[in-house]
Write a protein of this length. Sequence first.
Length: 499
Amino acid sequence: MVTMHFRYARYLIGSLLLLLATLTQAELTASIDRNEVQQGETVTLTVTALLEDTPFSLFDLNTLKVPQPDTSVLEQDFEILGQDQRYSMQFTNNVSETRIFWEYTLVPKRTGEIRIPPLRWQKEKTPALSLTVREAPAAPTSDAPVRIEAELDDDEAYVGEQRILNMRLLYREDMARGQWPHPDHPDLVIRQLGKQTEFTRLINGKAYHGLARRYALFPRKPVKLTIPPVTFEGLLIHDIRKTLTKRIASSPELTLTVKPVPESASSPWLPARRLSMTETWTPDTTDLKVGDSLTREITLEALGLDAADLPEIVVPTLLEGIRIYPQPAQRDTRETAYGLTGRLRVAWAIVPTRPGTYTLPAIEIRYWNTVADKAGQVTLPPRTLNVTGDQLALPATTSGNTDTGGRPGTMVLENTGRLVGAGLDFHGRPCLVPSQARGRQRRGPTHPHSPALAASPQGGAGCFGFSSGGRIMAGKRDAHGTPAWRKRGPGTAYPASVE
């Protein structure tokens, strides 16, 4: 019996040591439910520890005391009203992930920009956060059990410029149910930012529950418009006897003056708080050989615009000796403390086909800086490529072949390329060919479908590309322009299309 107790105690001690050793290898993050509050309102700070491949269960976490983050650094600017701790665990591909959450309800002690300092836990620290605390409006003289507040970040805007609408529903009694519709206006595009958040506030010494919503507004046309009140209707529990009482409250009417596009603005019209454009080159070099592939990726990001409003980045005019294959553009929109942030990503594959020096022109995009209220622009400088090597030989027509499609049917194969899987047809259009020849260089055709075989005498258009070993690969196209290798039966693997 003593031996069993000893073994059990030894197991618990070992589990505790293993748990503490694992906790030191955690990823620590922090977030707040709102980036902007009014004086006297609460904000929730959530600290999350991610532990991967943990050898214990949630029962271990509940029975063993997990160390708490050090919150003493918060006491200078915040009052901590309460805290909560919870856990979650999930298994993916036999790997466990355990998350520990600490939630702190904070009340700022002052107004202005407050920095939430990093919180230390074990050997890790959370990132610093920023919170804006504004002066609370004058306390209402009436003691209404329900009220709605609404304000715009500015009462003027250009057509298409983002404005932020903040709305707060405050109620003193417990709510059984209620309806709080979203604002609406025919001359505004309205988009809710994030989820509805909860808070508490003291008004005239009484505690109110609060629900907060944020919206991004985009005016459609220049006009002085009025945002009508939004009305809440609900049943609240009135007294100790749980009596249900219907309550109604409306938000104040708001006015927004929408200005037309300035005459000095460029087209397309892009009103943004900030616009940035960056690029990456893979590989990051300006020295190439004929047949090499260079990828250029450009990212355009606008603060205060949806991604759908960003202009296309035009592919440069094709230079003699340079082929550019653009990939489909990718657009995504994120929600931040400043509203919407739209992002556009484009990528081009650049392939030189003859030696020489080539300069890709600069890319310039103009916009209207809504913070400075003046025109601005972002620019990517020109890029010069130095290409060496032998010029790629274009396919030649062999006598005796019948060309039913009006295109050459036979090709000359050269050992010059490096691009894998992609190629050009005789009209300069991108096409793909099978890449079975990768990793080996056969000197002659060995199979009717060999990628290193010239087109058959039946005619049709040819397609050529390059293997990883530097060997040009050819494919057959029929009279309709379809590569013959696409007509093979099931079980044949082909590279993904770049068309």
